[in-house]
Design a protein around this ligand. Structure first.
Ligand code: NAP
Length: 176
């Protein structure tokens, strides 16, 4: 089963200037909980936008330029980082988790979401009310989820006491 997690506006904006366009600490906590101890798959640009690898998650970074760094760049090795091409993704997942115990979660950014959104069985989307502009948008994700998947959970509107944004977390599952 392949999963995707994203935060986006109604028009599909996911980022600006290599970062995320809003401040919702509560959603970062939700992202942390959702991805904890799992395999997270991301594009090279999203990986480089992180201040550091995320603890207790296995990172798979998609790249065509074989941008290789030491996999030991992480304290206590609690967040290993593996680089691979799209062709090698399946093989890399098997290498890092031979028993397939972990969930595989696509975490962005735009290029990677565009490649995977139609292939995911489950999507956890944080939809932000703020119609903020950005330079990376993937409106296809919400259109596709609304048309081809069913809602299995929705939080209703939430207010970020820390960031001041209104948002909702909606989980979609592929219809059988
Ligand atoms: N709101 C959210 O939930 C969310 C989540 C994640 C990211 N973001 C935002 O999204 C933005 C980054 O997105 P982006 O679209 O610019 O970049 P991206 O998808 O993070 O990374 C693009 C890179 O991935 C690699 N790649 C893409 N397609 C590939 C393929 N078929 N095979 C192998 N490698 C491939 C390439 O790396 P090489 O150039 O090394 O070949 C490409 O340059 C940032 O603003 C970030 O903050 C938002």
């Amino acid at each position: 089963m392949l999963e995707l997690i994203a935060a986006l506006t109604q028009s599909g904006v996911i980022g600006i200037n290599g970062t995320i366009s809003w401040n919702i600490p509560e959603d970062l906590a939700h992202f942390r909980q959702y991805t904890m101890n799992q395999i997270i798959v991301m594009g090279r640009k999203t990986f480089q936008s992180l201040p550091r690898p995320l603890p207790n998650r296995t990172h798979i970074v998609l790249t065509n330029t074989l941008w290789v760094q030491s996999p030991d760049n992480c304290k206590y090795n609690s967040c290993p980082v593996h680089y691979c091409t799209m062709d090698d993704l399946e093989k890399t997942i098997l290498e890092v988790d031979p028993d397939r115990r972990k969930r595989v979660i696509i975490i962005g950014g735009g290029e990677i979401y565009r490649h995977f959104y139609k292939k995911c069985d489950r999507m956890c989307l944080t939809v932000v009310d703020n119609p903020i502009r950005g330079d990376v948008a993937v409106p296809e994700i919400l259109h596709y989820a609304r048309k081809h998947m069913k809602v299995v959970n929705r939080t209703g509107k939430l207010y970020s006491a820390m960031g001041g944004e209104v948002y909702e977390i909606i989980t979609y599952k592929r219809e059988l």
